[in-house]
Structures are given as structure tokens and as C-alpha cells.
Design a protein around this ligand. Structure first.
Ligand code: CA2
Length: 142
């Protein structure tokens, strides 16, 4: 089982600003936590982070035929991007949407998720543990 973990804009800044919302651990800490869980599960995991919508679309397309499941936190593009929705639909790879915070309890504009329609599940408001739950959802249904 091969899983690709995709993180969108500004998530490379984890631990640097807004610790009250996203915690004080860094993006590298997130990668390390996911890698450890993947090793325990016997899953092959790879990582991609970009601040650019088209690069995220490219990463999803490049996963076609190579990756069995995608865990994606599209960050702000959750609330704006039909392109990411279309990319996930196009490749047909089982995908789980993750949010560190719970966007539904924040600003009104965060209540919309375009990508959700193409995802098999959404995990939100569980911090970094949400990424691990997402990997388990993908593995359990594989
Ligand atoms: O809760 C999440 O994971 C979000 O996807 C994070 C996005 C936000 O736009 C979504 O509504 C919910 C923002 C990521 C920004 O990350 C930062 C990390 C550190 C400092 C500042 C921003």
C-alpha cells in the first residue's frame, strides 16, 4: 500500500505562527509522526507540500497509477479550488481530506470544502492525529 500525503499553502509554516490554532509542532515533526505510523502499519508513505495550486494539481496527477491512497490537507485551497476537486476526481485515487483545526467552527468562508465531494472521508479538528486516522481509513478500505 502506497500513500501520498499532500499539504497545501502555508502548512510549511507549522509551529512558527498561530500555535493556538495549529499547535507548536513543525511541518518536519508532522512528517516524522506520519512516517513512524506508516512504518508501524507497513505502509509506504511519501510527502508533498506546496504553496501553489497548479503544483498540487500536478502532484495529484502524477500519483495516477503509482499511489493507492491520498491524504490531503489542501489548506486554504479547500475553500476555493475546483481544480483540486477535479484532479482528485480525474485520478480516481481514494482520498481522505484532513484539517488540523475544525474549519466548520471558524470563519463562515471555511465551511465550504470543494474537494470534500471527491473524498471518501474528512477528518477535522484532531490535530496531527487526524493524518494518522486518515491513513488508517485508507488502509482499512483497501
Ligand atoms: O485546519 C487546517 O488544517 C486548515 O486546512 C489550515 C488552513 C486553513 O486555511 C483551513 O481553513 C484549515 C491554513 C493553513 C495555514 O497554516 C499555518 C501554519 C502556521 C502558521 C500560519 C498558518
Amino acid at each position: 500500500m502506497k500513500i501520498l500525503v499532500i499539504n497545501g499553502p502555508n502548512l510549511n509554516m507549522l509551529g512558527i505562527r498561530e500555535p493556538e490554532i495549529y499547535g507548536s509542532a513543525t511541518y518536519q515533526d508532522l512528517v516524522d509522526i506520519i512516517q513512524r505510523e506508516a512504518d508501524t502499519m507497513g505502509v509506504e508513505v511519501s510527502f508533498y507540500q506546496s504553496n501553489h495550486e497548479g503544483d498540487l494539481v500536478d502532484a495529484i496527477q502524477q500519483a495516477y497509477g503509482k499511489i493507492d491512497g491520498i491524504v490531503i490537507n489542501p489548506a486554504a485551497y479547500t475553500h476555493t479550488s475546483v481544480a483540486l476537486l477535479d484532479a482528485v476526481k480525474a485520478v480516481g485515487i481514494p482520498t481522505v481530506e484532513v484539517h488540523i483545526s475544525d474549519p466548520d467552527t471558524r470563519d463562515e468562508f471555511r465551511k465550504i470544502s470543494y474537494i470534500r465531494a471527491a473524498c471518501k472521508a474528512t477528518v477535522k479538528g484532531k490535530g496531527f492525529a487526524g493524518y494518522l486516522e486518515a491513513m488508517h481509513i485508507l488502509c482499512d478500505s483497501n
